[in-house]
Design a binder for this molecule. Structure first.
Ligand SMILES: *[C@@H]1O[C@H](CO)[C@@H](O)[C@H](O)[C@H]1NC(C)=O
Ligand SMILES: *[C@@H]1O[C@H](CO)[C@@H](O)[C@H](O)[C@H]1NC(C)=O
Ligand SMILES: *[C@@H]1O[C@H](CO)[C@@H](O)[C@H](O)[C@H]1NC(C)=O
Ligand SMILES: *[C@@H]1O[C@H](CO)[C@@H](O)[C@H](O)[C@H]1NC(C)=O
Length: 356
């Protein structure tokens, strides 16, 4: 059994004061590189943007889905730009070579490929939006609640896990929209695999098995939208957030996972900034490709405006290693048929639970 680990975004946010970060435009011209700059990005990314025809029109759900993906990809460009800079410049805490058997140049080569690949993901998605005459997404200012290489890699694994749960939902949306968007399904299949390759590296760095579980945890767009906003300086890109909200995405209240979870049945303590009670609320877990699991909550106490409460974490009843999403919903004893149904009933979430 491997060591268990957690990234509770909010716990980290509370413990580390991050400075707003915006590296844009990058020296390579991103987000608006010239053709010469784009060719250089493609060289460093070890491949080119797709050169096939793009959809000329998009349905409303497809537009919102692509805008959410673009918001995430641009965040990832910012994150990996910062991480690459920290490692390259030997910022205190970022000595990647201290983690056997990693090597300074190998980590720099890997992060250089990743940051350029993420630039092409972002440029590609915005290119699809532009080709259909839809609103593109722009950079925001960001805050990263990490100050060491190990924590940054654990965070990268967690947000990549969230992306890996969201992109299949995007594929389903493109397929259901039909028409011009069906060509996007295999395109994003290749992006899912690409992000999975990245995540194998992030897990390896943490001495976790490279692949987490047979079927990775799914998601729902509003969970990804809410999680992403934990890294966006409030008010730094109001139009993008408003565009996505108008497109039907919700921003939930935060759900903090207080207990460090382990890969076994246990009780978890949560906290949420609002009134919570066992007669009105329950916790729902999304893990692997299984149906959501609903559990009651108990022992509610109020601490500094937060409701603290406990719920069982029945890991041994078929949960996946890697990411599990927790959500506090507005009902008790309810069985949810899908992740989207959980999101529709969510008040606070996603609580992001990682077990080795
Ligand atoms: C890079 O280092 C700075 C200074 O320690 C830190 O604030 C920032 O979060 C780091 N970035 C990443 C992605 O780890
Ligand atoms: C950072 O440290 C590595 C050795 O781990 C060294 O090779 C490299 O030159 C250093 N880089 C800078 C910018 O100081
Ligand atoms: C884990 O919890 C579930 C749900 O309560 C229960 O069905 C199962 O028997 C437990 N497994 C172990 C190994 O304790
Ligand atoms: C509670 O969930 C239901 C869906 O099950 C939804 O229709 C309703 O708007 C939700 N209420 C609140 C207060 O969020």
């Amino acid at each position: 059994m491997h060591n268990s680990a957690i990234i509770a975004f909010l716990a980290l946010s509370a413990s580390v004061t991050a400075a707003p970060y915006s590296p844009f435009p990058l020296p390579d011209g991103f987000p608006e590189p010239s053709p010469t700059q784009l060719a250089e990005i493609e060289t460093l990314a070890q491949g080119t943007l797709p050169n096939g025809a793009l959809p000329s029109s998009l349905k409303a759900t497809g537009v919102t889905t692509l805008q959410l993906i673009a918001l995430n990809e641009i965040f990832e460009v910012a994150f990996f730009t910062s991480l690459l800079s920290n490692v390259t410049n030997n910022v205190t805490g970022y000595d990647a070579a201290a983690i056997a058997p990693l090597d300074y140049n190998y980590v720099i080569d890997t992060l250089t490929a990743v940051v350029n690949q993420e630039q092409l993901h972002a440029a590609g998605v915005n290119g699809i939006l532009a080709n259909a005459g839809e609103t593109q997404i722009t950079p925001c200012e960001y805050e990263f609640p990490v100050a060491t290489f190990v924590d940054a890699i654990a965070l990268a694994q967690t947000f990549t896990d969230v992306v890996l749960g969201t992109l299949p939902e995007a594929q389903a949306a493109f397929a259901a929209d039909a028409g011009d968007e069906s060509g996007l399904v295999p395109l994003f299949g290749s992006v899912i695999a690409q992000e999975g390759e990245q995540n194998g590296f992030y897990r390896y760095v943490q001495k976790k098995t490279a692949s987490a579980s047979p079927f990775l945890t799914g998601g729902s767009p509003s969970f990804a939208f809410t999680a992403l906003q934990m890294f966006i300086v409030p008010g730094s890109c109001p139009q993008d957030i408003a565009t996505l909200t108008a497109g039907g995405l919700s921003t939930f209240g935060p759900l903090e996972v207080i207990t460090t979870p382990e890969a076994q049945n246990m009780t978890l303590e949560f906290a949420a900034p609002g009134d919570v009670g066992p007669d009105t609320n329950s916790i729902v877990y999304i893990s692997g490709q299984n149906l959501p699991v609903t559990v009651p909550i108990s022992t509610v106490t109020s601490i500094a405006g937060y409701s603290h409460f406990t719920a069982s974490f029945p890991f041994d009843s078929g949960f996946a290693h890697g990411l599990t999403i927790a959500a506090l919903v507005n009902s008790t004893g309810q069985t949810f048929p899908s992740n989207d149904a959980v999101a529709a009933a969510t008040l606070f979430g996603p609580g992001l639970i990682e077990v080795g």
